[in-house]
Design a protein around this ligand. Structure first.
Ligand code: NDP
Length: 314
């Protein structure tokens, strides 16, 4: 059998970052790396290692393609591409999961502990009269989205002693986590979300999940941490809820338009922390192992891992 042709189709500056880890991982998986390339005639390509911001948007000329292997966890920019007829695998990367757990827990702890009082208030005043934060078991955190990332975040918060709930499309059983499912479970999940962490994909069903009505259902002064996707939140409804102190603070990593335009009111709002889509990046070493394993599977005729459900959109 000839060596598979593996086209790397991501932003050009990613090639120097990924080339060596991919070659190492392919060799370790017993797959030849001879066909790993930045350029190939479309009709010769077996696999595309892909980022949705790549120039490749029309897959029709790739007539012998076996799979597209996404380097990102989010697939909203490619899932509806009708020229793509072969399996689309998304990124599930232990390195990214670790990073996301740390980012979410860090920001949740900032709000839980009220750290801003001391970090931002360095003005010579000895402010030791604020009441202590509640114990973690008296702080309810709800993780919206209990997939690869959300379930790992929820499990870590349980280990820290928090009162943890989660919400997903399907019923879940996660030790120590009160799980809600579907539309029927949403009001109860919202009602206990003193800290809401959003780790849902961007699909038609999740757009504007946190609208005015949902925000009003949350406990007064609730905190929102959103590393999921911008369209999960209705921006105007969030700004109104912040102004009314219904929401205490929102830490937002993702936005409807990225980079977040300079004139967007989130930048100047004291109740919003903007981070520039940095919650957790794909880590080249661990991600390359996932890509290589999928190519090994493709060559062995085994089913691919982490295949996207194109109808569900994630
Ligand atoms: P998964 O696909 O593993 O999990 C998605 C979760 O969302 C699942 O639990 C799923 O439910 C739930 N879900 C989807 N649609 C609905 C719905 N309509 N109602 C209720 N629950 C729903 O994804 P990951 O955990 O790997 O990633 C989550 C998202 O995080 C990504 O899609 C991406 O947008 C974002 N992300 C952001 C990064 C950043 O740096 N900011 C980095 C990486 C990812 P069920 O389990 O029932 O299917």
């Amino acid at each position: 059998m000839s060596d598979p042709v593996i086209l790397f189709a991501a932003r050009p500056d990613r090639w120097p970052v990924y080339e060596a880890p991919l070659r190492r991982a392919l060799s370790a998986a017993g797959v030849s790396d001879a066909g790993l390339t930045l350029e190939a005639a479309p009709e010769t390509v077996d696999y595309i290692v892909y980022a949705p911001n790549s120039e490749v948007q029309d897959f029709a000329p790739y007539t012998r393609l076996k799979a597209v292997l996404n380097l990102w966890a989010g697939v909203e920019q490619i899932v509806g591409n009708e020229t793509l007829k072969v399996p689309l695998a998304r990124m599930v990367d232990v390195g990214m999961t670790d990073g996301m757990v740390q980012w979410c827990v860090g920001h949740a702890l900032r709000h839980h502990l009220g750290m801003d009082v001391h970090i931002l208030g360095q003005d010579g005043e000895w402010r030791n009269d604020a009441p202590p934060p509640p114990l973690p078991q008296d702080r309810s955190v709800v993780v919206f989205g209990l997939g690869e990332l959300g379930s790992a975040v929820a499990e870590t918060l349980v280990k820290l002693g928090f009162d943890v709930a989660g919400w997903a499309r399907s019923e879940k059983q996660i030790e120590g986590v009160t799980c809600f499912a579907g539309e029927a479970g949403l009001p109860d999940a919202l009602a206990r979300a003193e800290i809401a962490i959003l780790l849902l994909p961007d699909t038609p069903a999740t757009t504007n999940l946190l609208d005015a009505e949902a925000l009003a259902r949350m406990p007064k002064g609730a905190f929102i941490v959103n590393p999921g996707r911008g369209p999960l939140i209705d921006d105007d409804a969030l700004l109104a809820a912040l102004d009314a102190s219904q929401i205490g603070h929102a830490t937002l990593d993702v936005f409807r338009v990225e980079p977040l335009p300079k004139e967007h009111p989130f930048w100047a709002h004291p109740g919003v922390t903007v981070t520039p889509h940095v919650a957790s990046e794909t880590r080249p070493d661990t991600a390359s192992q996932v890509i290589a394993e999928n190519i090994r599977r493709g060559e062995a005729g085994e089913p691919f891992l982490h295949v996207v459900d194109r109808d569900a959109g994630y």
